[in-house]
Design a protein around this ligand. Structure first.
Ligand code: ADP
Length: 158
């Protein structure tokens, strides 16, 4: 069985993440979205909320699960016997940071491959931080995020 881990903050999950996830789910028998708990910067949404929003957003994708983890991504991936890490590549601006992480992870675990997937062009400039900013300023994010995330931010307005 081939297993890929898609690690990230998902603060919150966006349609860009979902696009990458759907592509990964066609390439692997199983994909685990792994939400990082211990970040140096304080996340906007608590871990439980991020996970709940993801569970709802992925309910129609059969071979995808969600989990959370602490510490090194490669250690988590090894504990699951994963074959690959999935990362999304948007604009060129992602490239240097993503390449650095992929090389470091390769250094830590030589058998774990990093696979970069490219989303639809319309998601190239979509990020969790842009979504948060628009939502907090009262803008419409309904075409940028799954229903669960839109509903969550709508309920915050009340
Ligand atoms: P991190 O804090 O690890 O970058 P994110 O949740 O921001 O976590 O992103 C997780 C992964 O998804 C990263 O590889 C990121 O480049 C990718 N990603 C984020 N937004 C998009 C998008 N709109 N299209 C494609 N990939 C994306």
């Amino acid at each position: 069985m081939t297993l890929a881990i898609y690690p990230g903050s998902f603060d919150p999950i966006t349609n860009g993440h979902i696009d990458v996830l759907k592509r990964a789910s066609k390439l692997f028998d199983k994909v685990i979205i792994a939400v990082l708990i211990n970040q140096s910067k304080t996340p906007f949404l608590p871990i439980e909320t991020r996970i709940d929003l993801i569970i709802d957003a992925i309910k129609d994708i059969k071979n995808v699960e969600v989990d959370s983890f602490n510490g090194l991504t490669v250690k988590y991936a090894q504990s699951k016997n994963a074959n690959a890490l999935i990362r999304g590549l948007r604009a060129v601006s992602d490239f240097e940071h993503e390449m650095q992480m992929a090389q470091m992870n390769k250094n830590l675990c030589k058998d774990l491959e990093t696979i970069f997937l490219v989303p639809k062009v319309k998601y190239n400039f979509l990020s969790s931080s842009v979504v948060r900013e628009i939502a907090l300023l009262g803008g419409d994010i309904s075409n940028l995020v799954p229903q669960s995330v839109n509903d969550y931010f709508e309920s915050m307005k009340k």
